[in-house]
Write a protein that binds this ligand. Structure first.
Ligand code: ZN
Length: 201
């Protein structure tokens, strides 16, 4: 039995924060102490920021992005190139590409990739919605920005087959994406280069 240092409220906060990616119990404890010491500058604004996001967060019904508006800011931006749809596995990939300014088009979040081992088939992903979007007039190119894993490439191949017969060019990221590498971990220059030198699938 470890000795109790603080009351259940603070202990609960530490435990919740320690579940976040990149944080363990030790760094969570340090973060909580830091928050409490900087109440006006950090703790209060953080509490209301979390509450604001909790209240407003939603999933874009068009592309699957996470935002506080539906359609999301990207889908509702009139300056985006609507002839181009960049397909990604996860929202984190979308955010990485967007941070890099790698494309001016729209996105489509699959919600994962097909996986025989994990029993994830095309119906578990938003592939039907993607095909539906690509059938709309004006869509000219689909960039498959899925990870270079076996499952990612299987999914890319499946989507390419489904898009056959539609008047769209299917491209994939060229060099720069390491096999098994996750887009989220690539630097912005590498991402932009990978999109710029894409080639037909
Ligand atoms: Zn959207």
């Amino acid at each position: 039995m470890s000795r109790r240092i603080v009351g259940p409220e603070i202990e609960g906060l530490i435990q919740l924060l320690s579940k976040l990616p990149g944080l363990g119990p030790r760094s969570a404890r340090r973060a909580v102490l830091h928050l409490i010491k900087n109440r006006a500058r950090l703790l209060d604004p953080l509490a209301s920021a979390i509450e604001d996001v909790r209240r407003t967060v939603t999933v874009c019904s068009v592309c699957g992005n996470i935002d506080t508006a539906d359609p999301c800011v990207i889908c509702s931006d009139p300056r985006r190139d609507r002839s181009l749809i960049c397909v990604v596995e996860e929202v984190s990939d979308l955010w990485a590409l967007e941070r890099a300014g790698a494309t001016t088009g729209l996105y489509h979040v699959l919600g994962g990739v097909m996986s025989a081992i994990e029993g994830i088939g095309p119906d578990e992903l938003s592939i039907d919605q993607l095909i539906h979007r690509c059938a709309e007039p004006g869509v000219k190119e689909v960039i498959l920005a899925v990870n270079a894993t076996v499952d990612g490439q299987t999914t890319a191949y499946y989507i390419t087959e489904r898009l056959r017969g539609l008047d769209v060019t299917v491209t994939r990221l060229a060099h720069g994406v390491p096999v098994g590498g996750e887009l989220d971990y690539l630097d912005e220059g590498t991402l932009t280069a990978a999109v710029k030198s894409r080639r037909t699938f």
